[in-house]
Design a protein around this ligand. Structure first.
Ligand code: PNS
Length: 162
């Protein structure tokens, strides 16, 4: 039987423990997960796609069925290329829903072979976002509860304003 592949797409600028929670839960449901760093046209990045990928690779080293990639095109095309049956997205609150719903419907139109599956975030991560992490770190705050320990020092140093 074909392996069941799911894509976890995102900006991951940078990856947080909220992302890790969703990735781990997805990895338990599929044969293979491909985490892909993509471009969100509504966001300007703090880290390059290569840096974000590096942070993710370090953070998911203990999950065996996970790969990490970068892609500059459409998610629907990427899912087709990788023969993925699902796109996994985390939902934090109703405020995420409208935009995510629109993306899911658009991706379904572009690639009818892929389903978008929403995983509800764990309650402790409901408030967490990469932009919050960046704001806190840039003002000298402690982000140790928000990013994977293995990348904490690197992220803290990189985001701290002189
Ligand atoms: O972590 P984010 O910023 O919520 O992720 C959004 C992302 C990067 C998955 C989305 O912007 C995306 O899919 N970008 C790739 C380009 C694309 O396919 N756009 C059309 C989406 S309907």
């Amino acid at each position: 039987m074909d392996k069941r592949i799911a894509i976890c797409p995102g900006s991951f600028d940078p990856i947080t423990i909220g992302h890790i929670d969703i990735i781990k839960r997805a990895a338990a449901m599929f044969d293979k997960i491909i985490i892909v760093v993509m471009k969100n046209i509504n966001k300007t990045g703090s880290f390059s796609p290569e840096e974000r990928k590096e942070f993710i690779v370090k953070s998911v080293a203990d999950i065996p069925n996970v790969e990490v990639d970068i892609y500059g095109g459409l998610l629907a095309d990427y899912a087709a290329q990788k023969n993925a049956c699902a796109i996994i997205k985390g939902l934090r609150a109703m405020s995420d829903f409208e935009y995510e719903f629109q993306m899911a419907l658009t991706n379904k139109k572009l690639n009818p072979n892929v389903e978008t599956i929403f995983l509800t975030t764990s309650t402790e991560n409901m408030y967490l976002s990469s932009s919050m992490v960046k704001q806190i770190a840039s003002m000298g705050g402690d982000i140790s509860d928000f990013v994977p320990p293995v990348i904490l020092d690197e992220i803290t140093t990189r985001l701290k304003k002189d």
